[in-house]
Structures are given as C-alpha cells and as structure tokens.
Design a protein around this ligand. Structure first.
Ligand SMILES: [Zn+2]
Ligand SMILES: [Zn+2]
Length: 505
C-alpha cells in the first residue's frame, strides 16, 4: 500500500490535482474580488447591496485567495504539508454548512457545494499523504507538533466549549440582540439631522419589471423643512420607512403620471403618513387630470382600514378627519409647458409636461432651493420642455432604458415561448429614454450630475452598470450615477458640491 501511494506516479498525479484545486480556488477568489455581486447573486443566491457587497468582496475573496495561495505554495515548494492550511479552512466551511443545515430555518440545500468542498479537501490531503509516503519525504511537518501540544489544545478546547454554550443559549442571545436592535431601529432619523439644503433621496428606482435590487418609483425631496414625495411605486413606502424619511411631515405627494410603478403604493403611503403624524387633514396629492379618481379610488379601498385604525387607536393616532388623500389637479401650464405648484421665499417647485404618450398628460418636477436645483424627469422620451427645465440644474434624476439589453430579454422571452413578455419588452421601447440620450440631455443642458433611475431592464448586479450606461460617459463628462434604492444626494446652499449617502443598510 505504502509502495502504491508513495510511488513517483501517484505522487505526481496527486500533486497535479492539488495544483488544479489551488488554481480553481485562486480563480474563485479573483472573481469574487472583481465582481462580488455576480458570484453573490448568481452563484450563492445572496441578495446584497452596499456594505454587504463590500464584505462579500473582502471576506469571501480573502478566504478563497488565501486557500488558493497556500495550496499553490504547498504544490510548488517542498513543504507539501502547507496544503493542510486550505484543508483546515475547507473542513471549517463544511462544518459551518452542516451546522447551517441543522439549525437554519431556510429550506436550502447546499449539497453541490458540500460535495465540491469534500473533493477539494480530498485532493489536497491526498497530495500531502502521498508525498509523506514517498521515498523523499520532507522533514516531519511542524504543523503536527504544533497541534499536539497542550498550549494549543487547551485554548482550542475552550473555544469549542464556548461554541457549544453559545449554541445552547441562542434564544437568550436572540432576545438580547432584539433589545439592542430595537433601540437602533427607533433611533433618530439621519434625515432629520441633515443641515439646511436641498436633499434628494431615492426610495424606489425600479420600473414595472421585477428587480431584486429596486422597488417601484419613489423620489423624495427635502428642501429646508419642506418635504415632497414624488411618486409611490410598489414597495416604496417600506423603503421610505427604512430610510427613516419622516413621511408624516410631507407637504404633498406629487405624481408624475398614473402608471402602476408610480402609484401602486399610494394607499399604504397615505395610511402610514396619516397615523405616524396623527394628521388631522388628508394628505395633499397633486397630479394631472385624473388625479381625483385615482385618489378617491385609494381612499375608498382603504376606508375600512381607516375605520379599524380609529376604532383601535382613537384620535391620538388616527383622527378620522385626516385619513386618506386630498387630490389637487395641476393646471395653468404656460407656453413653456410648465407651471409653479409650490412657492415660498426660498423654494420653487415647478411641474412641466413631458412626452410619455400614450400616457397623456405626464409631468416631471423641478425643485429650486437657495440656489441649488434638481429635476426629476418622470417617465418620458427626450423632450424640449425637459431640456429647458434641466438647463443648468445641479442634479438631473432621469429615467433610463437600455434598448440593446431589452432586446436580449425580448429575444430570450420569445425563445422561451413567453410571447406576452416579449411583446411588452418591445412596446416599452417607444416611450422611454435611452442612457446615451439622457447623457446627451445632461451635456446639452449643462447639468452638474446625472442620475439614471427607472432602470429598465432590471439590473440585479452593479457589474452590469457599465454595460447599461453604454457610451454615456463619452457623451457627458460630468458624474453619472446608476440609481439604487437608498441613495441620498445632498446639495448645500453656497457650494457646488453634491454629497452622497446610503440610507438603506
Ligand atoms: Zn414608469
Ligand atoms: Zn410610465
């Protein structure tokens, strides 16, 4: 047996196999480092944003790069026992998986990954064993001496005992964590602490197609103490709450048009903003012709719930006079297709007509506050009115749709026999703006910073963003941001700066 395992051919074959494992581990590590979202989203089914992506890149990247590094070091040096370093990590990974299968409440199977890790560990260990049995083994691996040593074994045993105690005490740890988490959840909103200025937040940056990273359209604009909520697509109220936007203090909800990805959450938003502030007058909802019937419809749908809330909480939370919305139709558009909808000494809010035919009319909004400005395009093709409203603004939040990427989706849907999906993908080509067109508008209107929102088709990973933006950065030389739920842009008076923050964790 020793002869068979230790002969030159076996030693060489196991060494090559260990080398292959080392290269694979290194490649996995590199791909996590370069595009953590692709590995996270498509291979590991993780839904990560912001800090999560950063951790994935750093932690998981380091694990795989480290394993690959020691595997190759073991293969190419005479210290074959170095292969035991990645083996230890693989054993710990498998251990974690087995614990996960027994205690995690998710219906997951990671059998494929487990088998892969077992094979990797087997190949790496084989190379160590065959080399040790060969005619020219290296000096005894010091690692064994280090392990079988009381100075190591005692602390290791303490760690194991602590782990067992921690597992047994999970309910207690959970309730402690909950108390800690709650104080974090009800802590002061970052938004209320913002300095005086024009603050633009993105609570929903998606479109009707499902995007795991983006909910329906919602942009909020805080100008000094005045808060406006522009559109309220599906899921956006929860995002506004997670971003700790004080929705109960909003002056008005401004609707751009009545497509569902812009209004589906109106009922929820009216209800929450009513009870959070114990509002005594209905929330003002401004929009174009048809806004009365939209608001009345949501009011009617939520009327029973409003009754329940009052019955349960009374006037202190749910004064009946404040339930629901109060519609106001925006009128009085001038020759330049715009009209002022709100004005104070410092703040002007302007609505302007855009081209989203057959949805007619549809508007975008411009906010001017103490010398800083933002335009929110709404859904539109490139139009004159938008161009003139965007002239010289600091920030242009513009919708964008990539036709080539949509065409791929269209083709795939057709091939899969999903004719309706293919037909929708085809129809929407004619009433949205392409990324390069948005860039051209930003360039020609001398915009300070372009944010592309209403992302179509869905972009589940940031690694796709450069492909989505296409040639935009060649056309427009200013900063371009592909919108993500949770972003906040702060424009302080007296500066040209735009500060960026991330309010969804
Ligand atoms: Zn839309
Ligand atoms: Zn639309």
């Amino acid at each position: 047996m020793k002869k068979l395992l230790g002969n030159d051919v076996t030693v060489t074959v196991t060494r090559i196999l260990a080398g292959v494992v080392g290269v694979i581990l290194l490649l996995i590590g590199l791909s996590i480092l370069i595009m953590p979202e692709v590995v996270g989203t498509f291979l590991l089914s993780l839904s990560t944003t912001g800090a999560g992506i950063n951790s994935l890149r750093a932690d998981l990247g380091a694990l795989f790069l480290g394993m690959g590094f020691f595997a190759l070091l073991g293969v190419f040096s005479r210290y074959r026992w170095l292969l035991l370093v990645p083996v230890v990590f693989l054993v710990l990974v498998m251990f974690g998986r087995l614990i996960g299968v027994s205690v995690d409440p998710f219906p997951i199977t990671t059998t494929g990954a487990l088998v892969g890790e077992l094979i990797f560990a087997f190949f790496l260990s084989s190379a160590v064993v065959t080399h040790a049995l060969s005619s020219k083994p290296e000096p005894r691996p010091p690692v064994l001496k280090a392990i079988f040593n009381l100075r190591f074994l005692i602390p290791a045993a303490v760690v194991v005992v602590l782990l067992i105690i921690a597992f047994a005490a999970r309910p207690q740890i959970g309730s402690r964590l909950w108390s800690g988490a709650i104080s974090g959840m009800i802590s002061q909103s970052e938004i209320e602490d913002l300095p005086d200025g024009l603050h633009v937040g993105l609570a929903g940056t998606g479109a009707p197609m499902p995007d795991s990273k983006r909910v329906g359209q919602s942009t909020f604009v805080m100008a000094g103490k005045h808060l406006f909520l522009v559109d309220c697509g599906a899921g956006s109220t929860l995002n506004l709450e997670l971003m700790k936007v004080p929705i109960e203090t909003a002056e008005a909800i401004l609707l751009t048009h009545f497509h569902s990805d812009h209004i589906a959450d109106l009922g929820e938003l009216l209800l929450k903003s009513w009870t959070y502030g114990a509002r005594t007058e209905p929330m003002l909802v401004m929009g174009l012709e048809g806004v009365e019937s939209v608001v009345e419809g949501f009011n009617m749908a939520f009327r029973l719930d409003a009754k329940y809330r009052y019955a349960h909480h009374g006037d202190a939370v749910a004064p009946p006079s404040g339930a629901g919305g109060r519609a106001k139709t925006i009128m009085g558009f001038g020759e330049d297709k715009s009209t002022v909808v709100f004005q104070t000494d410092d703040l002007t809010v302007t609505a302007f007509l855009v081209d989203h035919r057959p949805v007619e009319p549809a508007v975008g909004y411009r906010f001017d506050y103490k010398g800083r400005s933002v335009v929110v395009s709404g859904d539109t093709l490139p139009t004159e009115s938008l161009m003139s409203q965007a002239e010289g603004v600091d920030l242009l939040v513009h919708e964008a749709m990539n036709p080539e990427m949509l065409a791929v989706l269209n083709r795939e849907a057709s091939t899969a026999g999903q004719d309706v999906a293919a037909s929708v993908a085809n129809d929407i080509l004619t009433y949205h703006t392409f990324p390069e067109e948005a860039a051209r508008i930003a360039r020609d209107a001398n915009v300070g910073h372009l944010v592309m929102t209403h992302i179509l088709p869905p972009m589940p990973a940031a690694v796709l963003h450069p492909a989505f933006a296409g040639d935009s950065d060649r056309i427009y030389k200013g900063p371009i941001t592909i919108a993500h739920d949770g972003m906040l842009f702060s424009l302080l008076p007296g500066t040209n700066e735009i500060e960026e923050k991330w309010l969804l964790r």
